[in-house]
Ligand binder design. Structure first.
Ligand code: 2HA
Ligand code: ZN
Length: 285
């Protein structure tokens, strides 16, 4: 089967297209990588041929030895992925020592993987280990409401997680581990990669303050849905904060515990602290 006809590929293209329609990928913003399953790779094996030699990754990811990944190309536009997939994306293989990669498909016209490749691979190594192989997608986007909130709320995971969970029940269901927060850092550096890796040990979604989000998932739909849910909650919260300085009412910690019991959500107690009681409802004299 051709790569462009494979179900994993069409699902990724749909995600890229949906995400850029949401406005999360201005110009060159964002990147993603997907670790192919054995079935994914077998389905497209006729088109996977090494083009060029092994190149150093710049760090060692022995946990990904022999893995095959689809990774967005450097400098490409998310809005071009559907129209020019072979230019916007590529598929690469990791060497047996985990130190090098070689291209098997795509990256037309001397393209290359995103400059964030080391960060993507390092995070894949973490999520593959922590999920027993279930998590396959690493995704970076620039959703505007979450970015805006990082100017407004303290950069504290207990605050961000609780505020977003309160906005609608879907949030605790979709990100029961909460949301990680990384302060503003220079993009593309080993430092932001290392701090994100630490957060990805615990969280499926991490906010990069005044920049964007970094999310992981088992499929394109799961990962898109995760960012979509957090982003919608951020939009609701910004609306609330633009109307009142203090919410009049909100679900309590006990409300969230009750929901966790019914839906078997592993919500952490560190996010279920007691808050100041809401204002008294307005009463006419
Ligand atoms: O250009 O979003 O953070 C890709 C990015 C870098
Ligand atoms: Zn970015």
């Amino acid at each position: 089967m051709k790569v462009t006809q494979a179900p994993f590929f069409t699902a990724l293209i749909r995600m890229c297209d949906d995400a850029r329609k949401e406005g999360w990928h201005e110009c060159h913003g964002g990147n993603l990588s997907y670790r192919l399953s054995a079935d994914d790779a077998a389905a497209v094996s006729e088109e996977l041929t090494p083009a060029g030699g092994w190149q150093p990754i710049g760090l060692s990811v022995p946990g990904l030895a022999g893995e095959i990944l689809l990774v967005t190309a450097a400098g490409q536009l998310f809005r071009s992925t559907a129209r020019e997939p072979e230019r916007s994306l590529g598929i690469l293989e990791i060497s047996e020592d985990g130190a090098c990669y070689r291209v098997l498909w795509g990256y037309w016209d001397r393209g290359r993987p995103t400059s964030e490749l080391p960060a993507h691979l390092a995070n894949h190594e973490v999520i593959k280990r922590r999920s027993g192989g279930r998590l396959r997608l690493v995704y970076h986007a620039h959703p505007e409401n979450l970015i805006a909130l990082s100017f407004v709320l303290p950069l504290d995971e207990t605050v961000f997680t609780r505020e977003l969970w309160e906005m609608m029940p879907e949030c605790a269901m979709i990100f029961p581990a909460g949301i990680g927060v990384v302060p503003w850092m220079v993009p593309g550096t080993p430092e932001i990669a290392a701090m994100t890796m630490e957060k990805v040990e615990e969280y499926d979604i991490v906010l990069w303050a005044q920049h964007g989000v970094f999310a992981v998932g088992e499929s394109p739909d799961a990962c898109f849905g995760l960012v979509e849910t957090a982003e919608k909650a951020a939009a609701i919260l910004l609306k609330v904060l633009s109307c009142v300085s203090r919410k009049r009412q909100a679900p309590s910690a006990q409300d969230l515990r009750d929901m966790a019991a019914v839906f078997r959500l592993p919500l952490k107690e560190k996010f279920l602290y007691d808050r100041l009681p809401p204002d008294e409802p307005h009463r006419s004299a």
